[in-house]
Design a protein around this ligand. Structure first.
Ligand code: XBP
Ligand code: MG
Length: 253
């Protein structure tokens, strides 16, 4: 019988609700600082999330909503500069403690470690955002909890492409059927299942309307012993929060 060897986690929307209160705020601060009259309100940003990657999202916005925009210098340079500023603002928000972990994340990570499960991260966001989030929420040492932190531009194709998960598997020396992944979005689920990895989805306000066919389990959150999750898809049996026992059950199903 195949044994579960590792858990692979998405970051944005899964570890923390970083999009609405983090990245979006950082983008808007950046646009203001650059003297641009762009503002991404909550709904606009929700639509822009169909494109993964901050740089790609700016380009998509310019192409789709700012056709007349004449970038000061070459567009790539311009977007790179904006994105660097945006990352600086996002990092400051993380360090201020404004972005906590979602319910159950810290507990599950610690339980998985105590059960000897290997862990990795597969995210579209910039590496510095990941290490700062981990340090701000779990302490600097938590960066070492993850054998591989696959992030951002280390791969050519961003989610929904499977590249970032394939990268994590390759660097862990594991196969897809040794692992379970955790995601929050349709693009993320397509990426993890595209790499052949069984996936548990925890939705959030931006992703609750998305399609999660192919997920092993769809929940509103990981839950806590005292805070039960809601099952939106799949079978969690009598479990009321995600723990290693439930994950192992889903793995063997
Ligand atoms: C979600 C993304 C990221 C962030 C912005 O990442 O699409 O691009 O929205 O981060 P995840 P950057 O795979 O963790 O859900 O600006 O650093 O790209
Ligand atoms: Mg995500």
């Amino acid at each position: 019988m195949q044994n579960l060897k590792a858990l692979i986690f998405d970051i944005d929307g899964t570890f923390s609700d970083t999009e609405r209160d983090g990245h979006r705020i950082a983008f808007n601060k950046t646009f203001k600082e650059a003297g641009l009259n762009w503002h991404w309100d909550i709904d606009t940003y929700g639509k822009l999330l169909e494109v993964t990657g901050g740089k790609e999202r700016i380009r998509h916005f310019i192409n789709k909503s700012q056709p007349a925009f004449d970038s000061p210098d070459n567009l790539n340079e311009f977007i790179l500069k904006l994105h660097k500023t945006k990352t600086r603002h996002f990092i400051a928000l993380l360090k201020s403690g404004a972005i906590p972990l979602r319910p159950g994340v810290e507990r599950l990570l610690k339980e998985a470690r105590s059960e000897g499960l290997r862990m990795a991260i597969a995210t579209t966001t910039t590496l510095e955002n990941v290490t700062t989030l981990l340090t701000a929420t779990l302490g600097k040492d938590s960066i070492n909890w993850f054998e591989v932190i696959a992030a951002g531009d280390v791969v050519p194709g961003k989610k929904p492409a499977p590249d970032i998960y394939l990268y994590a598997l390759k660097h862990m020396g594991l196969n897809a059927d040794d692992c379970i992944a955790f995601e929050d979005s349709e693009n993320g689920l397509l990426s993890s299942t595209g790499a052949g990895i069984k996936t548990i989805v925890t939705i959030n306000d931006y992703t609750r309307q998305q399609g999660f066919g192919g997920a092993a389990l769809v929940l509103d959150q990981l839950g806590e012993p005292e805070v039960a999750f809601s099952v939106l898809g799949g079978d969690a049996g009598s479990a009321t929060y995600v723990d290693v026992t439930l994950i192992r059950k889903l793995f063997t199903n």
